[in-house]
Design a protein around this ligand. Structure first.
Ligand SMILES: Nc1ccc2nc(N)nc(O)c2c1
Ligand SMILES: [Zn+2]
Length: 370
């Protein structure tokens, strides 16, 4: 079994749990937040900096790496770990979401998805078999199955068709996946319809994957709707397998997801807003590039012990960003990754002390969601 979770403690008043996820590239604690490294790099960070900020398991994208530099090249380089010099665990998403978010540039048939490259407009076909070939060449510890992510909103018929195709494609992935040091995770779909979620879960649980992604969420639906889907879905999922809520999320969604029993998360938000000059602080978001910080010589977050907050002021980081100096967005990225990983550490502590609901209250009290 290349990947398995050991639940160490269940929180007394919620569905939250502390676990250890063992993989061929080491063991990590859960709940865990995965920094996104779409093109084999967590943007602006060296692997050492990703580790320093608390990153332990990172995500890369099949769609992007297939288009550039190509999975054959990465295989020749010795696989993704060697290519990007990251020696901890890696998870690759299957492209299910990426090709669907290409919108009109793609067509879906039973065989697979035909799409045009966002780089040069060239035409490509992703089938479950092709995606498995790519993910096995990249060599991540966890490979996600090729699924169809229904958009939000969508009518029930569309969600049913996408769920049924996702199940058939999961079967096809499983049939050709034979890399023994890589775990294939199924992805549960079903939109925001709890009866469809139950059906998708049942069909995929019957295939006995070592872990499961919860797809089709964080696609624009109201947060309360996402939480409602989780409230109904998670009790149907096995306790001894990892639950991975894909594409989530912001600090409040991470806390709410852990409370509902989620083990794994990934989201571009912390690194993406950092490149835009916006950082998370204990009081909420702060856009350090704004003029109000021109002569503000305090750290971005006065309660933060990250490298950026210990050594640089808002004024200096604003100056760098305004001058288009790369160090500026490196410092905001270091801070945001550290902030999110520190949040995960605090969540784990709260689970250990059976006080996760109190922690949610404390955190949301000063973290204004605005
Ligand atoms: N919100 C998301 C993010 C990533 C996804 N990846 C796959 N393969 N499928 C989904 O439904 C996703 C949803
Ligand atoms: Zn900081």
């Amino acid at each position: 079994m290349p990947v398995k979770i050991t639940v160490e403690k269940e929180e007394k008043y919620t569905r939250a749990r502390l676990g250890k996820l063992s993989t061929p590239h080491g063991e990590v604690e859960t709940p865990i937040f995965m920094p996104v490294g779409t093109q084999a790099t967590v943007k602006t960070m060296t692997p050492e900096e990703v580790h320093q900020t608390g990153g332990r398991l990172i995500l890369s994208n099949t769609y992007h790496l297939y288009l550039r530099p190509g999975h054959d090249l990465v295989r020749e380089a010795g696989g993704l770990h060697k290519f990007m010099n990251w020696h901890g665990p890696i998870l690759t998403d299957s492209g299910g979401f990426q090709v669907f978010s290409l919108g009109p540039l793609r067509t879906i048939t039973e065989e697979g998805v035909t799409f045009r490259s966002h780089i040069d407009g060239s035409k490509h076909l992703f089938t479950p078999e092709k995606v498995m070939e790519i993910e096995q060449a990249l060599g991540a510890d966890i490979a996600m199955a090729f699924d169809e992510c229904a958009p939000y909103p969508c009518d029930k018929e569309y969600a049913i068709a996408a769920l049924e195709r996702t199940t058939r494609w999961a079967e096809r992935c499983k049939k050709v996946h034979n890399r023994k040091d890589q775990a294939l995770f199924g992805i549960i779909q079903g939109g925001v319809f709890n009866d469809l979620r139950e059906r998708s879960a049942k069909e995929l649980l019957a295939m006995d994957f070592p872990g499961y992604g919860i797809g089709g969420l964080s696609v624009g639906e109201p947060k309360d709707l996402m939480y409602d889907v989780l409230d109904h879905l998670i009790p149907l999922m096995p306790k001894d397998k990892p639950r991975y809520l894909m594409g989530v999320g912001s600090p409040d969604c991470l806390i709410e997801g852990v409370i509902r029993g989620v083990d794994m998360f990934d989201c571009v938000l912390p690194t993406r807003i950092a490149r835009n000059g916006t950082v998370f602080t204990h009081k909420g978001k702060l856009t350090v590039r704004n003029a109000e910080f021109a002569r503000d010589f305090r750290p971005m977050d006065e309660q933060c012990d990250c490298y950026a907050c210990q050594n640089y002021s808002r004024a200096y980081i604003r100056h760098l960003i305004k001058a288009d100096e790369i160090l500026g967005i490196r410092l905001t990225t270091i801070h945001n990754l550290h902030f999110i990983q520190q949040l995960m550490e605090n969540i784990k502590d709260a689970i250990r002390q059976d006080r996760l609901l109190q922690y949610r209250q404390e955190f949301l009290q000063h973290f204004n969601l605005g």
